[in-house]
Design a protein around this ligand. Sequence first.
Ligand SMILES: Cc1ncc(COP(=O)(O)O)c(C=O)c1O
Length: 442
Amino acid sequence: MELNKQSDWVARSLRSVWHPCTQMQHHETIPLIPVSRGKGAWLYDHDGHRYLDAISSWWVNLFGHANPRINAALKDQLDTLEHAMLAGFTHEPVIELSEKLSALTGHVLGHSFYASDGASAVEIALKMSFHSWRNNGHTAKQEFVCLKGSYHGETIGALAVTDVALFKDAYGPLLRASQTVMSPDARTATEGETAQDVARRAASDVERLFTERGDKIAAIIIEPLVQCATGMAMHDPLYLQLVRALCDQHNVHLILDEIAVGCGRTGTFFACEQAGVWPDFLCLSKGISGGYLPLSLVMTRDDIYQAFYSNDVTRGFLHSHSYTGNPLACRAALATLQIFEEDDVLNTNRVKAERLTQALQPLAQHEQVRNFRQRGMIWAFDAIDAPKDFSRRFFATATEHELLMRPIGATVYMMPPYILSDEEIDGLAANTLAVFNKVMAG
Ligand SMILES: Cc1ncc(COP(=O)(O)O)c(C=O)c1O
């Protein structure tokens, strides 16, 4: 039997692997693609077809697959220390990473707590917020606030502050209730309103809630600048300034979930820099390890840290994961940060972004497209009167045009790695247009 045949891998995977975020039956009609290797922005299957990873493999990959610099760092780390528990022990990669991240916030967020995936970071931020209020005597502060359309992960705690019916509804009875406020999504502007007007309107909804029950609210959690999973809903930075002020006024923590929008994705290293504010908790994951290994962390302020600092063990933050602060993952993150420095990535991205925005103009002007939008290295547009099963059909058609793209509902988006060449940028735009036309034509 030939073991490397594409169809064999597909059959074996469908028999034994339960794929994430997937109705498995759909693979009766939609192809499952077994990836044999990756290089740069490209993934290759066993038949030698290639796919431009235009969504960075679920928004994690920043500097391409099999990046030589990250590979070298990991190979070195592998021969030095692959893992050691972080309770009672520490190691160079986790120390250096914490120091570097702290410096990136001007040492405002000087304490980093580690986990593996994004949802765990959200759980940690929620628990830390609640527990720090409790340690300070504010035991009534037990509620969390999230935005309409928010997505913060799918574990039970993170799902409670997620507002996407598809992920949440089935588990409703298991979840703690949270308060939901209006999204500052600039697309909801009424006639004559600007994005800043929408931000003000959304902030006044937060003010209403904080005035009503601020004494019961521990924290509000926001994905700053772009609510990604709801369909790349973008908002004005003013919203973050206004909410930061309301949090200060009403004694409510601000949790910023930068799991998807951090690490340069929106044009600054942290999205919140564009608003000139820092949160009380900042969650980071996905791109921080360059898309190599599961790593997440929560950064927080010294006053929060001090609320746990005591001789009493029960006042400590008693949360742990086996792989907390894994040295390999931290080393991948350090290599990632080094690339940011060495390649002046934020400035280089501005040039790349300008080129892709230009190349996408035929789509921006397309008569079946509305709300073409861009922030940093995120592009999105909404299909007008999208046909049934638009997203799945787009995905399948895109693979025929050497593209990996997965629209969210009728929203087509791109979140490519930061290493696209001019040729790849132009090809991405041209192929996206071709795929869009084909799918819209049915
Ligand atoms: C904003 C945001 N928060 C949290 C998560 C959850 O991260 P993970 O899938 O690693 O649990 C995601 C994942 O897409 C996300 O986009």
